[in-house]
Design a protein around this ligand. Structure first.
Ligand code: SF4
Length: 228
């Protein structure tokens, strides 16, 4: 998942119409027919831990550290037994590793104490876990439980504002617009389509509009239509 956005990128001529929103998402879907999370995990618990570790870090860097971490601690009891110091040794190459090590052990203990070691299918219960915010809860609900949630990371926040898909000053404003404006059957996979589009095509510094499948409905005023 990467960073939480702090500034709102400008650039959309206007907000897309609902027809344009559907067209935009349909074109992204066609470009990423098998889109799924790029984080490595084997079950709901390892998904939750991987997503919690991915704040301020790339999925590639998280996958590098979870390989060993999940080998040594594949469930909440093993993570608690491993302890904060040893968890920290596994994850010290990613950002905020001290805080994340503390949170991963604490959330594992909370799962044991309050949820029989299971990841709860409940937003409030998820957000009550140490180190788990709305974005992490949205990803877990989407990927583990198939809910139509929209986790707004830096990529989706940028796309929402830049293209006119869902302009908003805050991640929550963008999330609410996406949930309201994307056709319901497309909402759950749209999370993955948008992240991959932002990661590889509609990039932060300079979007690759020249190879974008969705230039037509996009309302960005400064499209880069010639390859560098
Ligand atoms: S890559 Fe360019 S054309 Fe495509 S969505 Fe982003 S800004 Fe719009």
């Amino acid at each position: 998942m990467t960073r939480t956005p702090t500034t709102r990128p400008a650039g959309a001529r206007r907000r897309m119409t609902l027809k344009e929103v559907e067209r935009f998402i349909t074109l992204l879907a066609a470009a990423h027919p098998n889109a799924e999370s790029e984080l490595d995990f084997v079950d709901d618990y390892t998904l939750l831990v991987a997503v919690a570790l991915s704040a301020q870090a790339t999925d590639v860097s998280v996958n590098r550290v979870t390989k060993g971490l999940f080998r040594d601690a594949p469930n909440p009891a093993a993570m608690v037994a491993l302890g904060e110091e040893a968890v920290g040794e596994h994850i010290r190459s990613i950002g905020l590793w001290r805080t994340k090590a503390r949170n991963v052990v604490a959330l594992s203990q909370a799962l044991l104490d309050q949820h029989d070691g299971q990841v709860p299918h409940d937003r409030a219960a998820l957000e009550a876990l140490p180190g788990v915010g709305r974005k992490t809860a949205n990803v877990v609900m989407n990927v583990a439980f198939g809910d139509s949630t929209m986790a707004v990371d830096t990529h989706i926040f940028r796309i929402g504002n830049r293209t006119g898909l869902a302009p908003g000053k805050t991640t929550r404003a963008v999330e609410d617009q996406l949930v309201a404006r994307i056709p319901a059957p497309m909402l759950r996979p749209a999370h993955h389509w948008l992240i991959l589009h932002g990661r590889y095509v509609c990039k932060a510094r300079r979007p690759d509009c020249w190879r974008c499948p969705a230039t037509e409905p996009c309302q960005y005023t400064a499209k880069v239509l010639i390859a560098p």
